[in-house]
Design a protein around this ligand. Structure first.
Ligand SMILES: [Zn+2]
Length: 445
């Protein structure tokens, strides 16, 4: 097969392998046909894009996001550990469908411009946000926020569960599966997303596990994000949140659990033995004053992947926060927490969490052609001696020049191919101003 395009003269970085330079990557259809040193490039008539001074990596897998919560930028992070639990901020039930859609488009555009080719996203109005995000060209695993608590009172630490709310939300997830699972050329999937142990009754968690199993889907939730959640589950169910997930059949290798901060050694052992994935949010958690014990979680057998949550969707930055927070736990630089470990968390570990080993998260023949080109011809990335160390410690999302997803270019010269960047920003600015004005008025009244 003749390639559709060959990237040449690049430095190639893929997890688990030494950098190759100068290297080529040949794209054919959705896949990588071949890659390796320039000397091994077979002769062909294929179009060539020479990219000296650039580093090519797999698309990054952002394992935990709420694109709509771009809305919180610069404000909510200084108010509480998560917007849903924080008084005085706009809440999910107050966001209109078209507002969610505009904000989701901003979040997806930001993620893509910074090199994420996969987002695992959950929040409100997923019937609109999912196609809006997918329209930018990236891969999306998404779901509406599944809960049976009355979310208009959670920020007051008042959990009122109503079966009717849960039934309604489950119906929305079923419809999302019918409408979107496997759509957009296979780039879009539904992930069943019970919001958190404290916002879902045990009965609803069980129903979510059943739905995911019957439909063959992955699951995601927040887990032991705060001491507040742990205390509520102890009071309500008499156990830890991780024990509750085990009891309700959610704790298995299909589960992606965000945060995992306040876990006991028994919780971690149970979680690791199940082969579940931690959606580690190192920057968000540290900014909130907490650090997940990732060395212990990994030691227990957990798969660690990285997400940006509702903060800046810069996965390069998150990789170094993942190293920094683990090393703070360990008390120093450690051989098990090196750039290759953080790089794996942002790529292959995320792919594994989604059941996409060998398909996503690596640059290899036969894998999907999800590729990120980083422009290293910059002062802060010079000298280029160790491309992986420099990527993890010094690069940032703004260094991304081009992105391909499934062999299709979706970012060109730092701009989105399938969106009008200025229009997306303007719409998000408008709805954010309005949502914050309404939130402040409701606090004042
Ligand atoms: Zn979250």
């Amino acid at each position: 097969m003749t390639p559709d395009l060959v990237l040449t003269e690049v430095t190639l970085l893929t997890p688990g392998a030494a950098p190759v330079a100068p290297a080529f990557v040949a794209i054919g259809g959705e896949r990588i046909l071949a890659c390796g040193p320039m000397a091994a490039l077979p002769p062909s008539d294929a179009p060539v894009l020479a990219l000296p001074g650039r580093v090519v990596t797999p698309g990054l897998v952002n394992i935990h996001t709420h694109a709509v919560l771009s809305l919180m930028r610069g404000i909510a992070v200084d108010m509480g550990f998560a917007p849903a639990y924080t008084p005085g901020v706009p809440h999910g039930h107050e966001i209109a469908p078209e507002e969610a859609e505009a904000l989701a488009r901003l979040g997806a555009m930001e993620a893509l411009l910074m090199g994420s080719t996969v987002m695992v996203d959950s929040y409100v109005h997923a019937d609109l946000t999912l196609p809006a995000m997918a329209g930018l060209g990236l891969r999306v695993w998404a779901c509406g926020r599944l809960h049976d608590v009355d979310f208009s009172r959670v920020h007051l630490a008042d959990w009122r569960h109503e079966a009717a709310i849960g039934a309604h939300r489950l119906g929305e997830v079923r419809k999302l599966i019918a409408d979107f699972e496997g759509s957009h050329g296979g780039r879009v999937h539904v992930i069943v997303a019970p919001h958190a142990p404290d916002t879902c009754s045990a009965a609803l968690l069980r129903q979510a596990a059943e739905l995911a199993r019957d439909a063959g889907l992955r699951t995601t939730t927040h887990l032991s994000q705060s001491k507040l959640e742990n205390a509520q589950i102890l009071k309500r169910d008499g156990c830890t949140p991780a024990e509750l997930l085990a009891r309700t059949a959610l704790l298995d290798e299909r589960l992606i659990a965000a945060h995992c901060i306040h876990m006991t050694p028994d919780d971690m052992a149970r979680f690791g033995a199940a082969g579940a994935t931690v959606a580690h949010v190192p920057k968000g958690n540290a900014t909130g004053g907490a650090i997940a014990d990732t060395p212990a979680l990994r030691g227990a057998g957990a798969n660690i992947a990285i997400g940006t949550d509702n903060l800046t969707q810069d996965m390069a930055e998150q990789m170094r926060w993942a190293l920094a927070t683990a090393r703070i736990r360990l008390g120093g630089v450690h051989q098990d927490w090196q750039p290759e470990d953080a790089f794996a968390m942002a790529t292959v570990n995320g792919a594994r969490a989604l059941g996409q080993q060998g398909v996503l998260g690596e640059v290899a023949p036969g894998a999907q052609a999800d590729l990120v080109v980083w422009d290293f011809r910059r002062a802060h990335l010079t000298p280029l001696l160790d491309p992986l160390g420099t990527l993890v410690h010094d690069a940032n999302g703004r260094d991304v020049e081009h992105v391909w997803v499934a062999g299709r270019q979706v970012v060109r010269d730092g701009a989105p191919v399938f969106a009008d960047e200025a229009a997306v920003r303007a719409a998000a600015q408008r709805v954010s101003e309005d949502l914050w004005r309404r939130a402040r008025e409701s606090v004042a009244s």
